[in-house]
Design a protein around this ligand. Structure first.
Ligand SMILES: CC(C)(COP(=O)(O)OP(=O)(O)OC[C@H]1O[C@@H](n2cnc3c(N)ncnc32)[C@H](O)[C@@H]1OP(=O)(O)O)[C@@H](O)C(=O)NCCC(=O)NCCS
Length: 166
């Protein structure tokens, strides 16, 4: 398998939108407008995975000052601060037919490296309870329930700190 992870561009807008519609229920899926704003605001932390040249997944998130993601951050890119402390993960998608072969893990690891090289304190994400073990394996620590009501679900905050004393 020839997996290539690269930074997204605005030309990827239609493809990421259609992958998101396959991967998430409507109440949780980010819209085309939202992806357009994100690609314009933080393409350096918007990565896509291509398998033999076909996009099969992607990861994206803004850079924020807070250790946890608040609901308004997803839709409002003005909270993105290129000099912020934490790389957030807003979304992680892999097409169903390409799952369980480590592609999402490679995307997470690539974004961890982007954050490390940029000198961030760490990364932060929100996930459902059943995904806690998955992100734990990638180095994230569960810091408790989020205040988020995104998609009317219950979410947990998980963080990965480069310097554990932070
Ligand atoms: C969550 C999601 C991104 C995972 O994508 P993926 O590429 O299948 O993820 P990985 O391959 O890294 O890991 C998935 C599982 O396959 C396992 N796996 C990884 N490589 C494997 C391999 N070579 N052989 C067998 N299993 C493997 C992992 O251990 C993991 O198992 P676990 O869930 O029991 O820990 C994907 O399922 C998805 O898009 N879901 C819908 C959207 C979503 O929920 N996103 C996350 C929001 S928090």
């Amino acid at each position: 398998m020839n997996l290539n992870i690269r930074q997204a561009t605005i030309n990827d807008l239609d493809t990421v939108t259609s992958i998101e519609e396959i991967c998430f229920p409507k109440a949780e899926a980010a819209t085309r407008e939202s992806f357009e704003a994100r690609l314009k605001a933080f393409d350096e932390s918007f990565l896509v995975a291509e398998l033999d040249g076909k996009m099969v997944g992607f990861i994206n998130g803004s850079v924020i000052n807070e250790k946890v993601i608040l609901d308004e951050f997803y839709s409002d890119t003005s909270f993105h601060n290129p000099n912020g402390d934490y790389q957030s993960i807003f979304g992680l998608d892999v097409l169903p037919e390409y799952r369980a072969r480590g592609i999402a893990a490679e995307l997470v690891k690539a974004l961890i490296e982007v954050a490390r090289k940029a000198g961030r304190k760490g990364l932060t994400l929100c996930c459902k309870e059943q995904k806690i073990p998955y992100y734990s394996k990638l180095g994230f620590v569960d810091i408790g329930k989020s205040e988020s009501e995104h998609g009317h679900a219950v979410w947990y905050n998980m963080v990965l700190l480069f310097d554990k004393t932070n």
